[in-house]
Design a protein around this ligand. Structure first.
Ligand SMILES: *[C@@H]1O[C@H](CO)[C@@H](O)[C@H](O)[C@H]1NC(C)=O
Ligand SMILES: *[C@@H]1O[C@H](CO)[C@@H](O)[C@H](O)[C@H]1NC(C)=O
Ligand SMILES: *[C@@H]1O[C@H](CO)[C@@H](O)[C@H](O)[C@H]1NC(C)=O
Ligand SMILES: *[C@@H]1O[C@H](CO)[C@@H](O)[C@H](O)[C@H]1NC(C)=O
Length: 278
C-alpha cells in the first residue's frame, strides 16, 4: 500500500499583521483521506460524523491526461462493488452534514500530465462525467507534484465552465507547496478559478515546522505572496501534518501549529500514527 500523507488544514485569517488561526470546529478544518485502510483511518462517514471538518479531500486520482484512463485509488475504501457502493453512500451522508467532498487529483504516486488545451478539455469532461456528476464529488483538489506544469489553468477553466453550464457549483482547490511560487500551479493560481488554497507546510525544509528553528517556519516573503494572491477574500488554509508520520518512511516534527499559538489537533479518529498529544 502506498504511504499516507495526512494533514490537517486550518484556516488562517488573511492578515499578515495579525496571523490568527480560526479554530472553530466544523467551520474551518479540512483533511485528506483515502491513502490508508479502513481499519486505520476509518470510513469516510465516520470522519464526517466527527463534526470537525468542512472539507475532505479524497486522495487520489492517480492517472489522467495524455490519453490515459482515469485511475482512482483509495485502497479498501473502494476496491470492490460492496465497498464502492458504501463509499458512494458515505459521500452523500457527508454532504447531508454540509461537509464538502473533493476529489484530489494526483499526489506523489501517479502518472499524469496534460499535453494540450484539447487534452485539458478531455480530462475536464472525464472528470465531470465520471466524478463530479457520476460519483457526486463537490469539486476537484489540485495536488500536483510531478509531470508537466502545463494546461492546468485550462483544466480549471473547463471544469468551472461545466459547472456554470449545468448549474452545479464546482469547488476547485489547490494544494501548492509552501514556498511561493509553486512550480506546478503558479499559472493556474492566476486563472482565478481556485476557490480555496491549502498551502503545504510539510515535507520541505523551507516550509516545514522545525521546533529548533521556529522563527523560520514559513518564509515571510512567501506568506505575503500567498496573502496577496488571495486578497479576493477566498480562504487560505494552512496545511500541516496530522501525524508525525507524513508517510511510512518520513517523520516530521510535531506541534506544527504551536508558533501560531494553536494547540495540536488530531483529526484522525484512530490512526495508529497519531500522537497522544491532543
Ligand atoms: C516528500 O518529498 C519527496 C521529495 O521532494 C517526495 O519524493 C516524497 O514523495 C514526498 N512525500 C510526501 C508524503 O509527499
Ligand atoms: C471498516 O471499519 C469499521 C470500523 O471503523 C468496521 O466496523 C467495518 O467492519 C470495516 N469494514 C470493512 C469492510 O472492513
Ligand atoms: C514522476 O513521473 C515520472 C514519469 O511520469 C515517473 O517516472 C516518476 O517516478 C515520477 N516521480 C515520482 C516522485 O513519482
Ligand atoms: C489556455 O490557457 C492559456 C493560459 O492561461 C490561455 O492563454 C488560453 O486562452 C487558454 N485556452 C483556452 C482555449 O481556454
Amino acid at each position: 500500500m502506498a504511504p499516507l500523507a495526512k494533514l490537517v488544514v486550518a484556516c488562517l485569517i488573511l492578515s499578515l499583521a495579525l496571523i490568527q488561526v480560526s479554530w472553530v470546529a466544523g467551520g474551518s478544518i479540512a483533511t485528506y483521506w483515502g491513502q490508508d485502510t479502513n481499519d486505520t483511518e476509518g470510513r469516510l462517514e465516520e470522519l464526517c460524523n466527527t463534526g470537525h471538518y468542512s472539507h475532505i479531500n479524497v486522495a487520489f486520482l492517480t492517472h489522467f491526461g495524455d490519453g490515459r484512463d482515469l485511475e482512482f485509488s483509495i485502497f479498501d475504501h473502494c476496491n470492490n462493488q460492496v465497498s464502492c457502493i458504501r463509499f458512494g453512500r458515505d459521500i452523500k451522508t457527508c454532504q447531508s452534514k454540509q461537509v464538502k467532498i473533493l476529489l484530489s487529483i494526483e499526489g506523489p504516486y501517479g502518472t499524469y500530465s496534460l499535453n494540450s488545451v484539447d487534452d485539458a478539455q478531455k480530462v475536464a469532461k472525464l472528470l465531470w462525467d465520471s466524478y463530479l456528476i457520476g460519483v457526486g464529488f463537490d469539486g476537484i483538489d489540485f495536488h500536483i507534484e510531478n509531470g508537466s506544469a502545463l494546461y492546468y489553468e485550462n483544466l480549471t477553466n473547463y471544469l468551472k465552465d461545466y459547472g456554470k453550464k449545468n448549474n452545479k457549483e464546482v469547488i476547485l482547490s489547490a494544494s501548492p507547496s509552501g514556498l511561493y511560487p509553486d512550480a506546478y500551479l503558479e499559472k493556474a493560481m492566476y486563472s482565478g478559478h481556485f476557490d480555496i488554497v491549502w498551502i503545504q507546510l510539510f515535507n520541505s525544509t523551507s516550509c516545514q515546522y522545525d521546533s529548533a528553528n521556529q522563527n523560520d517556519y514559513l518564509p515571510v516573503a512567501s506568506w505575503e505572496e500567498w496573502n496577496m494572491l488571495l486578497a479576493t477574500g477566498r480562504p487560505l488554509f494552512l496545511g500541516i501534518p496530522a501525524s508525525e508520520y507524513i508517510s511510512r518512511s518520513e517523520q516530521t516534527d510535531m506541534d506544527p501549529l504551536s508558533p501560531f499559538g494553536v494547540p495540536f489537533f488530531v483529526p484522525s479518529i484512530k490512526s495508529r500514527h497519531v500522537s497522544s498529544k491532543m
